[in-house]
Design a protein around this ligand. Structure first.
Ligand code: FE2
Length: 376
C-alpha cells in the first residue's frame, strides 16, 4: 500500500482549525452547490499528461504590443468540461487574464495541486488558446489553499510556486523571489500603453470575521489588512510611476460591490477606502478594475473623487459553475447580474491617446449577455 505523506493529515487537521477558516462555521461551500466531479489527488498521475512536452514548453511574455482584445475569467473547476476555451478563442484575444480559482484544488497536498494545474495545461482546448494568446494571472482561494484562505495558510509558498510554474513566470523574475504573487506588466508603446496590475489578495490578508447571527457570512473587520504594507507600497509606486494610457487593476475579489455577504474588499472597509483613496490621489489615466470569485457576472460603477472618468469594476465568474443563491442588491451595478457560466472580454480601440473600452460578458458558447462601453 502506498504510504501517505505524514504531513498531509497534519495539514488537514490544521485547516480544520485555521484562523481564516474555522471561524466561518461553513467550511465547504461558497455560493454554489458543489457538483459531483472527479477528485484529483497526489496519485492522479496521467502518463499522457506528463509526457505532453508541448504543453509544458514555457511561453514567455512579449509586451511590445498593446492588446486590443483582453479576455479574462475565474472559477474554473478543472474536473468539469473545459469546452468554453474554443469559444473564448473565437474572439482572438491577445491576452487572457486569470482572476483566480484557476483550478479547484482545495488541498494542502501540493502534488494534488500540481495535478490540477497539469490537467488544465494539457487540456486540448486550453492548449489551443495558449498557442496564440498570452496568459497572465493570479490565484484566489481555491487554487491558493482552500475556501476563503488567508495569510495563515502554511503551504502558501508551495502554492505560489505551482502558480508561477503554471504561468511560465521566468525563474529569474523578481515575483518569484518576493513574498506574494503580485505582478505588473506594461504593454505597447508611448501614447497607447496598457498597464496591467495584478494584486495578491491572499498572501497578506488577515482573517475574516464571521457574523455570529449567520445572517451573512462575514462582518466587517476594521483593523484587518488586505494587502499588507509591502504590497501597499508596491501598488502605490505602480500607480504613481505610471505612464500608461489605460491601467487595468486586477483583483481576484470584488472591490466596488459591497452589499453581499461573501468575500469582498468591503469585509475590510478601511482597506477598501484606502484603495479608492489611493486611486483618486494617484489619478491614473483611465483605470478599470477587473474582478472574479462570485460565480456570476456584473459591472459596477462609481464616480470617485479625484477622477475625471467613471470607475468600473467588471466582475466575471465562473467558467464552469455558477451560484445557486438568489438575487442580490448592488447599488453600483450597471445593467443586470448575469447568473450564467461566463467569461469577460475587453475590446479596446483608441481615439488618439484615449482608449474606448467595451466590456462584454460572454457565455459558454460565446453568446453575448451584456456589454457596456466606456469612452475615457
Ligand atoms: Fe474565490
Amino acid at each position: 500500500m502506498r504510504k501517505l505523506n505524514p504531513i498531509v493529515p497534519l495539514l488537514f487537521a490544521w485547516i480544520a482549525t485555521a484562523p481564516c477558516f474555522a471561524q466561518s462555521g461553513n467550511t465547504n461551500t461558497k455560493q454554489e452547490a458543489k457538483p459531483a466531479t472527479e477528485t484529483l489527488t497526489e496519485k492522479s498521475v496521467n502518463v499522457a499528461e506528463l509526457l505532453d512536452a508541448e504543453a509544458f514548453k514555457p511561453k514567455f511574455l512579449d509586451t511590445t504590443t498593446a492588446p486590443t482584445t483582453i479576455a479574462f475569467g475565474s472559477c474554473n473547476r478543472v474536473t468539469m468540461s473545459q469546452s468554453m476555451w474554443d469559444h473564448v478563442a473565437v474572439n482572438n484575444p491577445n491576452l487572457w487574464i486569470w482572476l483566480g480559482d484557476i483550478i479547484y484544488a482545495d488541498t494542502a497536498d501540493m502534488k494534488a495541486l500540481a495535478a490540477h494545474y497539469r490537467r488544465l495545461k494539457t487540456n486540448p482546448e486550453y492548449k489551443k488558446l495558449r498557442d496564440k494568446t498570452q496568459i497572465i494571472g493570479i490565484y484566489d482561494d481555491h487554487d491558493y489553499g482552500f475556501n476563503d484562505a488567508c495569510k495563515y495558510y502554511p503551504m502558501k509558498r508551495s502554492a505560489k510556486k505551482c502558480l508561477m510554474d503554471f504561468l511560465d513566470i521566468p525563474l529569474n523574475s523578481p515575483v518569484r523571489k518576493r513574498d506574494g504573487a503580485y505582478q505588473s506588466y506594461t504593454f505597447g508603446k508611448v501614447g497607447q500603453k496598457i498597464k496591467v496590475i495584478i494584486m495578491d489578495l491572499r498572501w497578506f490578508r488577515d482573517s475574516l470575521v464571521p457574523d455570529p447571527s449567520k445572517e451573512k457570512r462575514y462582518n466587517p473587520s476594521l483593523d484587518g489588512e488586505m494587502l499588507g504594507e509591502t504590497q501597499w507600497a508596491w501598488l502605490e509606486e505602480e500607480l504613481r510611476n505610471n505612464t500608461a494610457n489605460l491601467t487595468i487593476l486586477c483583483s481576484s475579489i470584488q472591490v466596488l460591490s459591497d452589499e453581499h455577504g461573501y468575500e469582498k474588499w468591503g469585509n475590510f472597509p478601511n482597506e477598501r477606502k484606502r484603495l479608492l483613496k489611493l486611486i483618486g490621489a494617484t489619478k491614473p489615466k483611465n483605470l478599470l478594475i477587473l474582478s472574479g470569485d462570485r460565480h456570476m457576472a456584473e459591472i459596477s460603477k462609481i464616480q470617485l473623487e479625484g477622477l475625471t472618468y467613471p470607475l468600473y469594476d467588471f466582475t466575471s465568474s465562473g467558467m464552469t459553475h455558477i451560484r445557486s443563491a438568489g438575487p442580490e442588491t448592488n447599488k453600483f451595478r450597471v445593467g443586470e447580474m448575469i447568473v450564467k457560466k461566463n467569461f469577460g472580454l475587453l475590446r479596446i480601440r483608441w481615439e488618439g491617446e484615449k482608449p474606448v473600452v467595451t466590456m462584454e460578458v460572454r457565455g459558454q458558447q460565446n453568446e453575448k449577455f451584456m456589454e457596456e462601453t466606456v469612452r475615457y
